[in-house]
Design a binder for this molecule. Structure first.
Ligand SMILES: C[S@@+](CC[C@H](N)C(=O)[O-])C[C@H]1O[C@@H](n2cnc3c(N)ncnc32)[C@H](O)[C@@H]1O
Length: 218
């Protein structure tokens, strides 16, 4: 297990989350986006909408198994899990539960028109309209990168303001960027070293911009 990297209030592990989760104390909230098991890393032979050849492959061939989800669910009281529709057989039923929808503002495209997040708390279904093209303005460095605005909105949907956010499937670090921009503590875990380095750089940039903003406001 490698030593964590600390960037401001973010602690980042380049490890398998199954090794890290049992070592962490309980945090306030998990906001995450696990592999959906749809092989999203495959070469789509098109650079349209930001698709390109990504050197990492294989990470999206399998979904996390039941024991991995059990460790994720044990890590925090509140949970928001993007791609929840891919995990309905592995997550507890939430018949009164809240779902989040990211409406990508585009219909009938080869990729999904929208994405769904399962929540372990009750509440009305909420939807954000955030066009796929706007999401690309963050700079696309991961095949299934979420938009920073969508992850900030997700954090705002938690039932209570949560001091510490955990993302055990960090990818390019989008949840960490959102948490840093919102002044929250953050813990992230990513198994792939290339994605991990991208996440560190993006979170460091977000931290630097926040520090500059706070300095100029003081
Ligand atoms: C759907 S992607 C997350 C993308 C992220 N939301 C973003 O905006 O970049 C899931 C990530 O989980 C990582 N991953 C898969 N299994 C893992 C595990 N057991 N522990 C830690 N990371 C894992 C993959 O390498 C992949 O980068």
């Amino acid at each position: 297990m490698s030593e964590p990297v600390t960037i401001g209030r973010a602690t980042l592990y380049n490890s398998d989350c199954r090794d890290i989760l049992p070592t962490l104390g309980k945090v306030d909230a998990v906001v995450t986006d696990p592999p959906y098991g749809i092989n999203a890393a495959r070469d789509r032979k098109s650079e349209q909408w930001g698709w390109k050849d990504y050197p990492q492959s294989g990470w999206d061939k399998e979904r996390p198994d039941a024991s991995c989800f059990a460790a994720v669910l044990a890590a925090a009281r509140y949970q928001i899990i993007w791609g929840g529709n891919y995990f309905t057989d592995r997550l507890p039923a939430n018949h009164m539960g809240k779902w989040l929808i990211w409406d990508k503002g585009q219909e009938g495209f080869s990729l999904a028109d929208a994405e769904l997040a399962w929540c372990n708390f009750d509440g009305a279904i909420r939807r954000i309209n955030y066009h796929r093209a706007k999401a690309l303005q963050d700079g696309k460095e991961h095949p299934t990168q979420k938009a920073v605005e969508v992850m900030k909105w997700s954090i705002d949907q938690l039932p209570k303001p949560s001091a510490t956010i955990l993302d055990p499937f960090l990818g390019s670090g989008t949840t960490g960027v959102a948490a840093v921009q919102m002044g929250r503590d953050f813990v992230g875990v990513e198994a792939d070293p290339v994605f991990f380095d991208i996440a560190c750089r993006r979170i460091e940039d977000a931290q630097r911009q926040r520090d500059l903003f706070l300095e100029s406001a003081a």
